[in-house]
Design a protein. Structure first.
Lengths: 330, 150
């Protein structure tokens, strides 16, 4: 029994729609996003509403960039970080589409993408939008402290990305295809420090990457890039080590969305995190490189920490997950 | 994997992760905290002299007025979005003084205003300061009792 699904019909990534906040656009994704916000409230009264509006924008923009109308799309698969995935559900309210809400924390982009590809490959659906997003201020409030509280951030901390990305997956159109997906298992190595997400998630990333390579019989060098979601600088070092222990070398082609998204290291310390992190980097920067054929084969392995404030309050360790999707030019 | 093996494995992993921990600059942090915390105390002392000289306040009235003014400044700076920036650099220097306490009450009040005045702002105002009040009162009572029987 393998954990990897091979898509014989090769579902295509037709288009993407991305939006990101001011701080996030200062980095590598700034030039590639569809909309760079100068105001992180997006004209809304609360950050939760802003997050929802960003997600709706990303979904809308993905359809627009793909040149399809809403009525041609069969389904919307989306999720976010807030309790009861309100951003995704509330954004879905604006669309006349069947909706599947998914939760994979920061791995949601890979999870929804893998599901969309599986659905399309089955032949039951023709066009699906997979989307996710996050907002620094709403995540900070839910998981940590009020924004204006004068506390210090530990050096292991990461900065939740303000941004959203939508991906239009269809049975044909374009050359960028999803060729396989590895659904991850929940991995927990006993990390309890909620400020050290990179270390908590690295084992999940390593497990899924190794499983994927084993299932597909591919060497790590098969891929131009192995992209992890939001491990940050510290987590990236750990994942390389963990994979190396098992005799696989991803040192030359591994890149982490969280590590590259911010240019200026000010308070971000280890880099970006959040569901929006991998969604924005994939939807803007990586898609651009794939379309221009500067990259031809990538393994997109977004990672998520499946904790809540209740579980960490009760002293539970942090279970993590990672789903991997291989995206190739065909 | 058995329970025992998993525990050992986790222990090894945590030890390995800890070896990566970015170092905390204790000396630098202490220096900053001392400078900023000291500066806040200097302001307090300055207010004390001023109030004493201008309004001839003494004793409890003097101490109370100084505290009220400092709390006001802390709350104002929180509302202006400045206090969190000071706190990020000063650490304990701006958390421990009374201005930090004001910040810990004002910041959730601002944050949860969107959920309504009663169930949002008022109910969640003490999510950070609550424990300080609870244990403050507890410790005060305990010391008071000891004092009573001595």
């Amino acid at each position: 029994m393998t954990n990897t699904v091979f898509f014989k019909n090769k579902p295509r990534i037709v288009a993407t729609g991305t939006i990101a906040g001011p701080k996030d656009c200062a980095g590598v994704v700034g030039r590639f996003v569809d909309k760079a916000l100068s105001d992180d409230t997006f004209g809304e009264t609360t950050y939760e509403k802003a997050e929802c509006k960003m997600l709706a924008y990303a979904i809308q923009q993905a359809m627009k960039n793909g040149g399809v109308r809403e009525e041609d799309v069969d389904m919307l698969i989306s999720g976010d970080l807030l309790n009861q995935i309100i951003s995704a559900s509330f954004a879905a309210r604006d669309f006349d589409l069947p909706f599947l809400g998914v939760y994979g924390a920061c791995s949601t982009m890979a999870e929804s993408l893998a599901l969309a590809a599986t659905f399309i490959d089955s032949g039951h659906f023709k066009k699906i939008v997979a989307a996710t997003g996050s907002h620094f201020s709403s995540a900070e409030r839910q998981y940590r402290y009020p924004l204006e509280l004068g506390c210090t951030r530990p050096p292991q901390a990461q900065w939740t990305v303000t941004g959203a990305g939508g991906v239009l997956v269809a049975n044909d159109g374009g050359r960028v295809a999803i060729t396989s997906a590895t659904f991850g298992k929940v991995v927990d190595y006993g990390i309890t420090d909620v400020n050290n997400m990179g270390a908590a998630m690295a084992p999940a990333a390593a497990t899924t990457i190794l499983t994927h390579l084993k299932d597909t019989g591919r060497d790590a060098s098969y891929y131009d890039l192995i992209v992890t979601g939001d491990l940050g600088a510290l987590g990236s070092r750990i994942v390389k080590d963990l994979v190396w222990e098992k005799g696989v070398d991803i040192q030359p082609n591994h890149v982490d969305c969280g590590e590259i998204i911010y240019k200026v290291i000010e308070d971000e310390f280890q880099g970006g995190s959040g569901a929006g992190c991998s969604a924005v980097v994939l939807g803007s920067y990586l898609m651009d490189k794939l379309k221009k054929r500067e990259l031809n084969r990538i393994l997109f392995a977004a990672t998520g920490a499946l904790l809540s404030t209740v579980s960490s309050g009760q002293g539970e360790s942090i279970p993590c997950i990672c789903h991997a999707v291989s995206i190739e030019n065909v | 994997m058995t329970e025992k093996n998993r525990e050992n494995y986790n222990k090894n992993y945590i030890a390995y992760v800890n070896s990566f921990d970015p170092p905390t600059h204790h000396f630098k942090n202490c220096l900053r905290a001392f400078a900023v915390g000291g500066f806040i105390c200097v302001i307090g002392q300055f207010l004390r002299y001023m109030l004493e000289a201008l309004f001839a306040l003494t004793g409890d009235a003097l101490a109370g007025t100084v505290s009220v003014i400092l709390i006001f400044i802390g709350t104002l700076l929180t509302g202006l979005g400045v206090y969190d920036r000071i706190g990020r650099n000063a650490g304990a220097g701006s958390i421990v003084p009374i201005t930090g306490f004001a910040n810990s009450v004002a910041s959730p009040a601002i944050e949860f205003k969107t959920e309504g005045l009663i169930y949002g702002m008022a109910a969640k105002m003490f999510i950070v300061a609550g424990p300080i009040i609870v244990f403050g009162v507890f410790a005060g009572t305990l010391v008071g009792l000891i004092y009573l029987f001595l």
